[in-house]
Design a protein around this ligand. Structure first.
Ligand code: ADE
Ligand code: ZN
Length: 325
């Protein structure tokens, strides 16, 4: 039988989680107080959202409260503490710099400040973290190039991947705009992870693979609507970072039991389980594993296989991966 205590003992990585959505309530209230910024809602309703569009606006609000290097290091350190509490051994975490208003034009400062928090965490025995830098779907090709140029020039050891996220229903089918940048990233050995098949249909997943050369798809569950695409994802072994709790919380799936994750798994697709935006969406990884297992009648072996996929699909170096497997 499966409970959270057992899940916590299973070696696993989390590979689809946004730091932007992982600033906890206490920290948000502390920062809002420090800067005299009114809460956007009463504290107990801070995390009530009416879908993805409003949720992304909340991320702008929350991340804009992180203004100094100490603020950012604190957010990073507290994140590592929560990852440890779910028994996570390694995390690929996403930040989307467009949400972090105080750091506009200073990506180097933000990455260094977060890095300091994670280095302290690692020294304290907390799990280590790789950083994926994300574009918003609405951004321009020039902005995408600028982010990649910075990544290549700085070659920061904390930064592991180029990412793209945001609301595809608002931005439209725009992957072609980013194709040159993502191809250049691939040619320079930079990993790519792409949000698709959440607020877009299977065509978004198709574009993520064909145009953005995605090493991993964030969400991707709407691939289920196109059987040939599911077969291709399974054949090519492209992992999907599935987040059932997030999909329910933001209204993309009706319930956990109605999530296509089981059908995808049965079709041979490699899947991991993740929280997406842990504190903001109320998702905790040990609970995600346990609740999803209960919804589909999975046994321990099924969760062990999923945890293994999470480690295999992480963008950590091979030494760390071998140590975790
Ligand atoms: N950024 C943070 N969470 C996201 C989600 N669920 N979809 C798209 N972009 C996001
Ligand atoms: Zn996400």
């Amino acid at each position: 039988n499966i409970d959270e205590a057992w899940v916590r003992t299973v070696p696993k990585a989390e590979v689809h989680v946004h730091l932007d959505g992982c600033i906890d309530r206490e920290e948000l209230m502390r920062l809002a107080g420090k800067y005299g910024v009114p809460l956007r809602r009463p504290a107990e309703q801070l995390f009530d959202f009416d879908g993805l569009t409003e949720f992304l606006q909340f991320l702008d609000w929350g991340a804009s409260l992180v203004r100094t290097a100490d603020d950012a290091a604190s957010v990073a350190y507290r994140f590592a503490q929560r990852q440890a509490a779910s028994g996570i051994r390694y995390t690929d975490v996403i930040i989307n710099p467009t949400h972090w208003e105080a750091w506009r034009g200073n990506i180097a400062g933000l990455v260094d400040a977060l890095d300091a928090g994670w280095r302290e965490a690692e020294q304290d025995g907390l799990p280590s973290t790789g950083l994926c830098l994300s574009l918003l779907r609405q951004q321009s090709a020039a902005e995408a190039d600028e982010l990649l140029d910075w990544m290549l020039e700085r070659d920061h050891p904390r930064v592991v991947a180029l990412s793209i996220d945001g609301d595809e229903a608002v931005a439209g089918r725009v992957s072609a705009r980013f194709a040159d940048t993502f191809r250049r990233a691939a040619s320079r050995g930079i990993y790519r992870t792409v949000h698709a098949g959440e607020s877009s249909g299977p065509e978004g997943v198709r574009d993520a693979i064909d145009l953005l050369m995605a090493d991993r798809i964030d969400h991707g569950f709407r691939a289920i609507e196109e059987p040939a695409l599911v077969a291709e994802i399974a054949d090519r072994g492209i992992p999907l970072g599935i987040c059932p709790g997030s999909n329910v919380a933001l209204g993309f799936t009706e319930s956990r039991a109605a999530h296509p994750v089981e059908e995808l798994r049965q079709a041979g697709v490699r899947i991991s389980l993740n929280t997406d935006d842990g504190t903001a969406l109320g998702s905790i990884l040990d609970q995600e594993y346990a609740a999803t297992a209960r919804a589909f009648g999975w046994q321990r072996d099924d969760l062990l296989a999923i945890a293994r996929t999470s480690i295999e699909s992480a963008f950590c170096d091979d030494d760390r991966r071998s140590a975790l497997l």
